[in-house]
Design a protein around this ligand. Structure first.
Ligand code: HEC
Length: 236
């Protein structure tokens, strides 16, 4: 075969390989479930991890509204693009030792290609909401992984979820809700949390959210910590 023939073949083969590498956005959206407990795609909606909106071209650790970056990630000097994201998702610890993303990485290149194809679409400015909205994306995984932030909005709650009073007596919290019912919890089964974001409850209307499989546990979510001391009263 002539050199030119060989060259042409090589070029075709390379192009075909590159074409085969195109990710499948729909599959990638499914794969994003592994991330959705910790990452939103809505601008500045931060959860365990930073929002991934407008990720391409961003400096690693550079989202001003996210408060919990590790020093390692902030000082890594990485700019996020196809290549650096592929490295990060393959093995975060290898790429940025001492980072604080609790995730082992994705060893299957195919999955990374699909996921990145999806992310590239869903994180661009003005991406369509059907790609970026969280609700329903990850099934019940969010709760199990401690994400919590993916619960639907805590505003305009059902009266059975809206807390009007909490009392504490011996080892028991009693939580009264807007439907007039009072439920008792062993003190170690009730958690108090806050959500000061737009997804959080209305001020003065903390939310009672069931937790765990048996229905014996729950969280009361306030807007800010000051509300807790105002709401919880020690009284038998
Ligand atoms: C259990 C929670 C968790 C999961 C699951 C998770 N991440 Fe993260 N992610 C984080 C945290 C926390 C950080 C910040 C790490 C740091 O500062 O060291 C982070 C950082 C990142 C960053 C850097 C963002 C920036 O602003 O520099 C990217 C990109 C990212 N994650 C993508 C993903 C993708 C894609 C997935 C799914 C395959 C995923 N993460 C899964 C918690 C998570």
């Amino acid at each position: 075969m002539s050199n030119l023939g060989l060259l042409t073949l090589t070029v075709i083969a390379t192009q075909t390989a590159a074409f085969a590498q195109q990710g499948d956005v729909t599959r990638g959206q499914q794969d994003f479930r592994a991330c959705a407990a910790c990452h939103s795609l809505e601008a500045n909606r931060n959860m365990t991890g930073p929002s991934l909106a407008e990720l391409w071209g961003r400096k690693a650790g550079g989202l001003a509204s996210f408060e919990r970056y590790s020093t390692a990630l902030k000082s890594s000097g990485i700019i996020w693009d196809d290549r650096s994201l592929d490295g990060w998702l393959t093995d975060p610890d290898r790429m940025v030792p001492d980072n604080e993303m609790p995730f082992n990485g994705i060893k299957d290149a195919r999955v990374r290609i699909d996921l990145l194809a999806f992310l590239k679409e869903a994180t661009k400015p003005g991406a369509p909401p059907q790609l970026t909205q969280q609700d329903g994306m990850g099934g019940s995984m969010g709760g199990m992984m401690g994400g919590g932030g993916r619960d639907p909005s805590l505003k305009k709650l059902d009266p059975a979820r809206q807390v009007t009073a909490v009392t504490y007596c011996h080892d028991t919290y009693r939580v009264t809700t807007a439907d007039g019912k009072t439920r008792a919890f062993w003190e170690r089964n009730l958690r108090f949390r806050t959500d000061s974001s737009n997804a959080g409850p209305d001020k003065g209307a903390p939310a009672l959210m069931p937790a765990g499989m048996l229905g014996d546990r729950a969280s009361v979510i306030f807007t800010v910590p000051e509300e807790m001391s105002k709401t919880i009263e020690a009284r038998c």
